[in-house]
Design a protein around this ligand. Structure first.
Ligand code: BGC
Length: 448
């Protein structure tokens, strides 16, 4: 050991402990989250935007054929969904399209042209029909009507020049028109969290069940939508919640400060819980230990040193390694050009688990923050509809969230919260929103 190096085991234990979250601190975060919901609804500021959605819970009987578009990350989807009523639905056809890294930071028109081209392919062999289109725009947007959504600052590493302040429905309509697709009409714009909530409700209501209270996405980004009764279904943009200082480590502070998109101070919760950032946090801790201890010495010269090289799929692979020597963790590190000792592999696994566990506990606290607004005593059964690659892909994530619920509100009340995983909810959820919009018709301008 060089004289300057910190004892590796002590430094590792400190780093792991930095990601601990006590019930008392999480309680405080849940409380603050609830307060900020109130402030947002009252238009009194705070970090939760509480955006209106101009939709309402479905009946379960909605029917129709809807073109759906999903844009919220590098991969988008276009498809046609058929709602058959009675909670039934099927994806008639669907294709995935990919944005280039240039699209993510470029001009507006190329992005919408990628989307419109995909829509063109989807409807190509159906020349006669006219379609309503539901546009799932999974970034912050201020809706003014169900079919008018003004873009706010982008998230998840996107920064399309000049998009902020523009109506994304109008931009998509213009792109469809450029392709001669005038038989496709944008009738609804929604956030992905709203689509998840609505799909769960559509299915549940058809069988006499209760609608979802919350829609949660935990994938590349994170966010919640919630049915707040008289205030309607709101898009919280919870990834922007800033009451996370009590659990922020120096790694979180540095990540927040050093990123340009989203800018420092923005998306603070998202930067601590969502798939885009968890691998990056692990990478930063390992690089730091490589500088300060005798462990991970090779990291500086390896691909591990590249920002955002580690993603949440890597974390899932680390968690599933059951071999005694952590061979899969070793193989993963080798793909980054990093040789490792057994204790380094154990360190990586411990750190990764601590970072993911904190994510789950923060998600649980913020869900409780919302539930405390809806039903302060948690007297009734409540349903959280969830989708997203981190929730669906990381082994045992739901169990970690449930464990935190039990820590915070006790087993009896925790049991009243159903966590319903609604896989691939976006397309069908979007179709439900379009069908509800069609039935709302003249109510378009009513409050949402
Ligand atoms: C966006 C939200 C979106 C979430 C999940 C966040 O970065 O701001 O609008 O719902 O990601 O996709």
């Amino acid at each position: 050991m060089s004289p300057m190096a910190a004892p590796a085991d002590v430094a590792l234990a400190e780093a792991v402990a930095a990601f601990d979250t006590t019930p008392a601190v999480l309680d405080g975060i849940a409380h603050e989250f609830g307060l900020q919901i109130g402030r947002g609804l009252a238009g009194a500021g705070g970090s939760l935007k509480m955006l209106r959605t101009f939709t309402r819970q479905p009946t379960g009987r909605e029917r129709g054929l809807v073109v759906v578009v999903d844009w919220g990350g590098t991969k988008g989807r276009a498809g046609i969904v058929e709602l058959a009523g009675a909670g039934a639905a099927r994806v008639v056809t669907e294709e995935v399209f990919t944005f280039s890294s240039q699209d993510k930071v470029g001009a507006i028109a190329p992005v919408f042209d990628v989307v419109a081209t995909a829509v063109g392919r989807i409807v190509a062999d159906r020349p006669a029909a006219a379609y309503p289109l539901a546009f799932v725009y999974s970034f912050p947007a201020r809706l003014e009507r169900i079919d008018r959504a003004v873009a706010l600052a982008l998230t998840k590493g996107w920064s399309v020049a000049g998009l902020e302040g523009q109506d994304v429905a109008a931009l998509l309509s213009a792109a469809l028109e450029r392709r001669g697709l005038t038989r496709v009409t944008v009738t609804a714009v929604a956030n992905d969290t709203v689509a998840t909530l609505m799909l769960q409700s559509y299915r549940a209501r058809a069988t006499g069940g209760r609608p979802a209270d919350i829609g949660l996405i935990l994938g590349t980004g994170t966010n919640q939508a919630a049915d707040l009764g008289p205030d309607g279904i709101r898009n919280l943009e919870s990834g922007n919640f800033d009451g996370v200082a009590p659990v922020a480590t120096r790694y979180d502070v540095a990540l927040d400060r050093e990123l340009l998109d989203p800018k420092p101070g923005a998306q603070r919760l998202e930067k601590m819980v969502s798939g885009r950032y968890l691998g990056e946090l692990l990478r930063r801790v390992v690089c730091d230990l490589g500088q300060r201890t005798v462990q991970f010495r090779g990291v500086a010269g390896s691909a591990f040193a590249t920002p955002f090289a580690v993603d949440s799929e890597h974390l899932s692979r680390i968690a599933t390694d059951r071999t005694a020597g952590l061979d899969q963790v070793g193989a993963l590190l080798r793909t980054f050009g990093l040789a490792s000792s057994r204790s380094e592999r154990e360190g990586v696994r411990e750190l990764s688990a601590a970072i993911v566990r904190r994510s789950a506990r923060l998600v649980a606290a913020t869900l409780l923050g919302t539930l405390q607004v809806i039903d302060p005593a948690l007297a009734d059964r409540r349903t959280v509809a969830v989708d997203g690659s981190l929730w669906g892909g990381y082994p045992g994530f739901a169990g970690l969230v449930r464990g935190a619920f039990i820590d915070l509100v006790g087993a009896e009340r925790a049991d009243r919260i159903e966590l319903a995983f609604v896989k691939d909810s976006t397309s069908i959820g979007a179709a439900v929103i379009a069908a509800v919009a069609a039935s709302q018709g003249s109510e378009r301008c009513s409050s949402g």
